[in-house]
Design a protein around this ligand. Sequence first.
Ligand SMILES: [Zn+2]
Length: 386
Amino acid sequence: MSTRPSTSQNSYSTTYSSDFKYHHLSRIQKVTPSVARYSTSSYPSGGCEERKSLKSAHGLVGLRNLGNTCFMNSILQCLSNTESLRDYCMEDYCMEDNGGLMEEFVSLMQSMWSSYGREAVSAFKFKTQIDRSAPMFVGFKQQDAHELLHYLLDGLHKEVRVTAATAGRRGTEGIFDDMSDDEKGKVMWSNYLERENSKIVELFGGQLKSTVTCHHCGFCSTVFDPFWTLSLPIVKGPMTTIMDCMRLFTKEDILDGYEKVTCFRCKVKRQCSKKFSIQKFPKILVLHLKRFSQAPRTKLYTNVTFPAKNLDLKPFASENNVNTVYNLYAVSNHMGTSTKTGHYTAYCCSPVSGEWYNFDDSKVTPICSSKVRSDSAYILFYELSS
Ligand SMILES: [Zn+2]
């Protein structure tokens, strides 16, 4: 299926989903459940010394290229400029010295936001931590920035997630029978939060609704899946819009042949149609443009236009009365022909000044906001408007 979303969290279904599993990206093996506790702030409070170098104190600090690590640097800069995540790292996360991924991430964020020199920061320790748990990123080969982002969100989440004492105690047998899809979605989401709550879910967690309709008996089933990012297929041609990519992503798909799904009512595999809509819009919406095809590994250079302000995704919402308007604050760019070669940079809007900057490994330079939208755009970071 070309419109499959990226999700590595468990899917859950109100009726059936045994044939409706998503591709699972590699997960972090070590899960250290720990509770993020409040601590005294380590964020600079603004004395004379601290005002000396506003440039780097405001997160405008480059990251050294350790040898083909621009894919990682690009993602780290986008995350560093995610205001609520930065605040969590600077103020709320309590260091436990457990040497985990979150620990290294927080420590890196703190050095990026409180470093006074103009020297670029090294993410070597953070990279070493990733290598420890994710063999696919070991070494200094160029990698896919989206795969890294997905891995990071999942890994960071697993280290700080909180499971409620009540999780899994209530059965779900029969409770959905008289519920509307909207109510089901909400119950599914609160059940999910009982098992898997974290700052990462609070910021990046969204919920996708898939509706599968049996072509034989008309039975309609709904499946709800949490997601970190949405991977959008690109409409072929020299130019398209992000809305057209969203339309393609949510377009009704026919599941036939080996993709047939076992119908709950017919009890056998049937040709079905499947459609996605967004049930819960995340605070931070990450849209990944699927520029790279699997085999042969080629890149689509289609110029995808996207608005910086007021991207309204209402046409793709399952329910009407929700806020669906987003503003852009970061873009991970890829220049070159494949994920194994080429170069990554990030354009980010500083949460402090509201100005845009080009983060190109160790170099950070101001950029005009009109230059942010380019055909190199690969991963878009949007924040829900308040
Ligand atoms: Zn059926």
